[in-house]
Design a protein around this ligand. Sequence first.
Ligand code: PLP
Length: 452
Amino acid sequence: MNKTMELVRPDLPHLAGPMPGPKARAIIERDSRVVSSSYTRGYPLVAERGEGAIVQDVDGNRFLDFNAGIAVVATGHCHPRVVEAIQKQAARLIHMSGTDFYYEEMVTLAEKLAEIAPGAVERCVSFGNSGAEAVEGCIKLARYATGREKIIAFFGSFHGRTMGALSLTARKAVQRAGFGPLIPGVVHAPYPNCYRCPFGKEPESCATECVKFIEDTLLKTIAPANETAAIVVEPVQGEGGYIVPPRKFMDELARLAKQNGILLVFDEVQCGMGRTGKMWAADHFDAVPDIMAVAKGIASGMPLGATVARATLMTWPPGAHASTFGGNPVACAAALATIALLEEGLVENAARMGAHLRERMLDWPTRFPMVGDVRGLGLMIGIELVRDQGTKEKAPEIRDRVVNLAFERGLLVLGAGDNTIRLCPPLVITRDQCDFAIDTLEQCLQTVMAHG
Ligand SMILES: Cc1ncc(COP(=O)(O)O)c(C=O)c1O
């Protein structure tokens, strides 16, 4: 495509000048003086507006967003139906506090979540404002409902940064360092990363060692079944590197939980809301979670989290758990519009576009020696970069270089795990936009191959 055509295509990137531009530079400078130094910014994008999968920065550069605000704007940036729902609701009622009063939007959303939640079981919902809060709700409910204290989580997992969620998180030392003591009773097990099997097995010869470890070691030593409330697992591990576990792992984990009266908790914060090409990542497996944490994509960018549980579990008394802002009417309205759009075709589009992306990447490991693994479900795709395909030595610096080169070419991607590029575009992404992203990433990989 020639330059002139590119300029008139609103669905593709257009870079107006060197980056960061003058306005971006000035804002980044101000940010550095007043915004917490704990934020991790990979490259100097200062966003001003967004539409669909396109984000424009303050200097007029247009980018193709393959991050979706970290898997949040499921329906794309500022989808007209979501904007309309927000505007209408904001003009009518912004806040009332569901902790103490009733309003219909919260009830309608709870009904909808109960209807679409995995498994044919009755559900109740508690609302918060974020993924971490949704996870806190899971921890508290699991402890309350079972009267047990211990929680089993997984290495590599990310569940959020509040103290309970952080205690489950086992992703990077810096996320926990200096914040202890965290909540007691949390133990971790290896996550089934078949590209780097923690037990040195091949998928064919593996007898779900990760579950066996829980059964034969944890339950028999530091987390006896009669003290263990829940196993909390990401059905697809997100921040840990977009890792898809084998089906038999989830089957076995569900069996183990059921046999021991331990609740199975799915953290669907990143992998839920249609991202994997089904409404829930759980829908790729037979296992039905007892409790589920949902956030990120649920309201296309409005802050909302939900703890969705079997109705028979959520019987705690008034006052046991709630949140002033959780499930506020505007966020609920945005969520209802989002779910309608997902059901009307976006989940299906995620499956189709995800298959197209992965198909185009099939031959990458043979074409690019630094591509160790390409994996994913729907629009949740990880590309793991290695120094050597044989030794699988991780190549975080190559990953970072590719991410930055992509930015310089107008494509927004981010890392996950130590050395993986994550692709999590909005679910409205088109085939042309997918092809642009793949062409761009191929150019970046070629540049790295040629020049390092
Ligand atoms: C799987 C998972 N759970 C929980 C969280 C925490 O969500 P939040 O940042 O909204 O608190 C995240 C955030 O990345 C996540 O990926």
